[in-house]
Ligand binder design. Structure first.
Ligand code: MG
Length: 246
């Protein structure tokens, strides 16, 4: 029999919340720009931020500007680009590990793939890119194969498949490292991380949170979808303690 092990939650007042955005806090839309922040989410996160003495972070694959467009400076810490760009406090400088961008030819190749498959979206980031094919699922095998060939032999980049996307990103950043980095600083240090995410890249964040004595939850296993996560967070914020996990 398949048993899903569910991590035990740390004491609420000793916890930190580290949350993925797309598919976790906000519903996935047909395009990244079409994502909307549902009513109530900002209020809920503000309450949680107060209750946890500021220990609320967003950990996303989006670029900083794209993440800010959704939540602004609400998360005390923001890890964007899977940790390739971290802002430890609102208004603070964005810190980036010293990693090179991909060759310009790779961006051009990705752009050509996007042009070849109407409906795909090319999301350019400072040190990588994502091809989205939610609106052109027939493009998946071609894109997957092309990007795999592109990064073959590269010691510095990797290709990560996600939910209706393929991403090329530098090695040396992942959401696990992002969680460890954020948890080393105030107001997170000394707390137990609770990480929630929905995609393959979030598994690094879950592992890191568990290794630090906290909990890692996959949205689909525990909450069903982003609406389920929001309902639980709203319940938690109104109780001032963990609401019952679904
Ligand atoms: Mg996600």
């Amino acid at each position: 029999m398949l048993t899903v092990t569910r991590d035990a939650l740390p004491l609420f007042r000793h916890a930190a919340l580290l949350l993925d955005l797309d598919g976790t806090l906000v519903d996935i839309a047909l395009t990244p720009e079409a994502v909307v922040v549902p009513p109530g989410l900002i209020d809920t996160l503000l309450k949680l931020r107060d209750l946890l003495d500021g220990a609320v972070a967003a950990v996303t694959g989006r670029a900083i500007d794209a993440a800010d467009a959704l939540l602004g400076d609400l998360p005390v810490a923001l890890a964007a680009e899977h940790g390739g760009a971290i802002r430890f406090a609102p208004g603070a400088v964005v810190e980036r590990p010293n990693l090179a961008p991909p060759p310009e030819a790779w961006y051009e190749h990705a752009e050509a793939l996007h042009q070849a498959f109407p409906g795909t979206i090319m999301e350019r980031k400072p040190r990588g890119f994502v091809l989205h094919f939610r609106l052109a699922p027939e493009a998946e095998p071609v894109i997957h194969e092309a990007l795999t060939a592109m990064i073959a032999g590269s010691a510095t980049f990797e290709m990560i498949p996600g939910r209706m996307i393929c991403e090329v990103r530098p090695r040396g950043v992942d959401k696990g490292i992002a969680v460890e980095t954020i948890m080393a600083r105030a107001p997170f240090a000394g707390r137990s991380p609770v990480f929630i995410g929905d995609d393959i890249t979030d598994e690094d964040g879950m592992r890191a949170a568990r290794a630090l004595g906290g909990a890692g939850f996959r949205v689909q296993d525990v909450f069903g979808d982003a609406a389920g996560v929001r309902a639980w967070l709203t319940d938690t914020a109104s109780r001032g303690d963990w609401g019952t996990l679904p």
